[in-house]
Unconditional design. Structure first.
Length: 743
């Protein structure tokens, strides 16, 4: 067997040999889409097409080759995975590996080479339409989860395509918005998870984002793709553009953008197709620049065993296998977050309930088929109502009332991708606007105006219908042993392509909830949604359970938690502000604008902002309750050679049932020389404990965990001095404190 180094040398030699054999036309064919989700192949030399597919919640249905229309197959339903926001709420790195593994296996099982996932953009504003696809507001948590996730995917000889690089923080004007970001913020908040994905996760591919950063589109951004990704981080994988993310041929040709993908079927007109060929022929772009892209793509193919000596041993994957569903159920169980639980309102005792009333449209709603590119054709999806009924069986009467009105037509989400390609007419508009940035902007703006007008019109209709539905719900609630409200959002409200316009629960749910709490104080309030909502009635509520889009087993996990068969252990991976006006982005007005936004808050995003301003959120970062209690004790800190800090402490389950607790470690620099957030998450550990048991936890914080990015020196540095180490059950509920000194 050859050693790794020799293997690499041999592979690179083989790649060079192949490059020498390729004609310019063949090279060009390889570096742009030859179909909506596939690159060009060179059959003559046995070089296959790279077959990609969305997305983060499962492998998307097959599309027609040259039309943005589902192929209508009967064999492309798949396992529906919990969203990345659900996964992040588990704070469980093993589950992150498992979810990656399931996604990779299903992608390979469906014959894919690259799965366009995971989405790891930092959540900067709760209204971002794609937040449900992303993990968290914290770079350390995102980094810790993306590494095992990517490894899990790639165990299957499938590439993860980590997206969207970088700082894709809003959907408004998503293909044109220019984000002004200072260096330090970029390096400390928006890049770390990508860096971890590349360096520790060894991601084979990265997707360039649509937005611009400091004036340059990410997909042709030399600084980002060459300077940071390749030179600083040593990435030698492939960069794939977001679909339509490339705007200028010369710029994309002369930086590390390896494969251009787009939503239009005029493949030869892609920037890296004929326009590039012309530039090469005129001597304005070198053949070497084209070779560099081909080299990265061939390396990807080698790694995936699509070509080369290991071709016959490539894994086959599998989709819809029972083992995947088990892992998905486990993740769903650990993802749900008990936000509030007073008077032991939860769990409910199933034996005592003869008549259960379930109120709310989300009880009977499935979500897998929406959201934009994250939509999938699920093999099945168990909604909360089905989960409750399946759990209780036939001896309990379960009465369901819709509670609030969800307009029928709103349910078909307007998908920017779908509407951009399905008609000849659109194709013409597409061609026209693609040569003109202002035109593209105009088209999107028009679409957004139409969408908003429709939403406005529907409000009156909702109000009118709700009168009757509310009355029905209140009547039903009065006559029940227990009442469960299942509300929240759906993928019409939060979707790729646009941002939410406010943080309120849609369809007047707040009014219904307040009425319900008046007649039934003990109403169990539960929600399915992908990003924070205001909960103005939260003080009156006894129990609040939050579930992100948690996959095909949502309903089962939901019922198990409601009836106490599973003890909830999810914790918020993002702050739930009390009201939208409390968000820094609401204050600085730098979110959801067209044209240009400045990330003026700098590092003060998420809990870093609420901490600094002493603004109490509704539920803070890291918060999540359990049916049992945990006690923290005995923090010891030992600085090793003045560099690493070794931490130990104990967590005890002091309640009556088994449970799991995520202990979070934050650092708070004392007398820092640079401006530093009050506290920053640096480590966490999820401990599973039977009732009465104690576990001693050991963790090591490395010197780099104490560092900040110095813009002048252009590197991370850790100042010597004292740091407070905070160990807590959330970012506000700090249980243990100690001081560590770095020399
Ligand atoms: C989305 C990507 C997605 C791609 C392909 C784009 O519009 O931003 O996340 O992977 O389309 O569907």
């Amino acid at each position: 067997m050859l050693k790794k180094n020799d293997q690499t040398k041999k592979r690179e030699k083989e790649i060079e040999k192949l490059i020498k054999k390729l004609t310019l036309d063949e090279k060009i064919a390889m570096i742009h889409g030859a179909s909506l989700f596939r690159s060009g192949a060179v059959e003559r030399l046995g070089i296959p097409a790279i077959v990609t597919s969305d997305g983060p919640m499962g492998v998307r249905a097959e599309f027609m080759d040259d039309r943005w229309i589902p192929a209508g197959n009967q064999d492309d339903m798949v396992s529906y995975l919990p969203s990345n926001s659900a996964l992040a709420s588990t704070w469980n790195t093993e589950l992150a590996r498992d979810m990656g593994y399931v996604l990779g296996a299903e992608a390979r099982g469906r014959g894919k080479d690259v799965i366009l996932a995971p989405g790891i953009n930092i959540k900067r504003d709760p209204l971002c339409g794609r937040n449900f696809e992303y993990m968290t507001e914290d770079p350390r948590l995102a980094a810790s989860l993306v590494v095992p996730f990517v490894k899990g995917v790639q165990e299957n000889d499938v590439a993860a395509c980590v997206k969207h690089f970088a700082a894709n923080v809003q959907e408004t004007d998503r293909t044109m918005v220019d984000e002004e970001i200072d260096e330090r913020t970029l390096y400390e908040l928006y890049l770390p998870a990508f860096k971890a994905a590349v360096q520790e996760g060894e991601a084979y591919s990265i997707m360039g984002a649509y937005n611009k950063i400091n004036g340059f589109h990410c997909c042709e951004n030399k600084r980002l793709l060459d300077g940071i990704l390749r030179e600083e981080w040593g990435f030698d994988g492939a960069v794939i553009s977001d679909w339509g993310g490339v705007h200028k041929t010369k710029e994309a040709a002369s930086c590390s953008m390896d494969l251009e993908m787009l939503v239009y079927p005029d493949f030869d007109e892609y920037k890296l197709a004929n326009p590039l060929k012309e530039l090469v022929q005129r001597g304005e772009v070198s053949v070497e620049a084209v070779d560099a892209k081909v080299r990265n793509l061939l390396r990807l193919m080698y790694r995936l065993k699509m070509i080369g000596p290991k071709k016959d041993s490539r894994k086959a994957g599998a989709y819809n296998v029972p083992a995947h569903r088990e892992m998905i159920l486990k993740t769903a169980q650990e993802s749900m977050i008990l936000l509030k639980n007073e008077k032991h309102a939860l769990p409910l005792d199933a034996k005592k309930i003869k008549k259960l009333v379930v109120i709310g449209a989300n009880a009977a709603k499935v979500h897998s088929d929406g959201g934009g590119s994250a939509e999938i054709k699920a093999l099945y999806e168990i909604c909360p109502l089905a989960g409750l009924k399946m759990y209780l069986g036939g001896n309990t009467a379960v009465k369901y009332v819709e509670g609030y009105y969800v307009p029928e037509e709103l349910k078909t989400a307007e998908n920017w991708q779908a509407t951009s390609l399905d008609e000849e007419e659109n194709l013409e508009i597409g061609q026209a606007i693609r040569t003109d940035e202002a035109g593209e902007n105009e088209l999107h703006r028009r679409g957004e105006e139409e969408r908003l007008a429709k939403v406005e019109k529907e409000k009156a209709e909702i109000h009118q219908k709700n009168e009757k539905l509310f009355a029905q719900a209140i009547e039903a609630a009065k006559d029940a042993d227990a009442v469960i409200f299942v509300g929240g959002m759906n993928h019409v409200v939060e979707c790729e392509g646009y941002d939410r316009s406010d943080m309120k629960l849609p369809y007047e749910q707040d009014i219904l909830i307040e009425e319900l709490l008046k007649v039934r104080k003990d109403t169990i309030l539960t929600f399915v949604g992908g990003s924070p909502v205001e909960m103005p009635w939260r003080d009156q509520a006894q129990a609040i359970l939050w579930s992100y889009y948690a996959g095909m087993e949502t309903g089962n996990a939901f019922a198990q938690i409601i009836f106490g068969e599973v003890n909830p252990s999810g914790k918020l991976a993002e702050t739930f502000p009390a009201k939208y006006e409390d968000c820094v982005t609401a204050k600085n007005g730098q979110f959801g604008k067209w044209g240009k936004i400045t990330l003026a808050e700098g590092l003060y995003c998420g809990y870093r902002y609420y901490d600094r301003q002493r603004i109490a959120p509704a539920f803070c970062f890291g918060h999540g309750l359990s049916y049992t209690n945990f006690e923290y004790s005995g923090l010891t800190l030992k600085a090793e050679k003045g560099k690493n800090v070794k931490l130990t402490f104990s967590v005890k389950n002091t309640g009556k049932c088994a449970g799991a607790e995520t202990a979070q470690v934050y650092i708070a620099p004392i007398a820092a020389q640079a401006d530093r957030p009050d506290k920053e998450l640096k480590a966490f550990v999820k401990v599973k404990l039977d009732a009465g048991r104690t576990k001693k936890v050991s963790l090591t914080l490395k010197q780099e965990d104490f560092a900040y990015f110095d813009e002048h020196l252009h590197k991370f540095i850790a100042d010597a001095g004292d740091y407070e180490i905070l160990v807590g059950a959330s970012c506000e509920d700090i249980r243990l404190r100690g001081i560590a000194t770095l020399s």
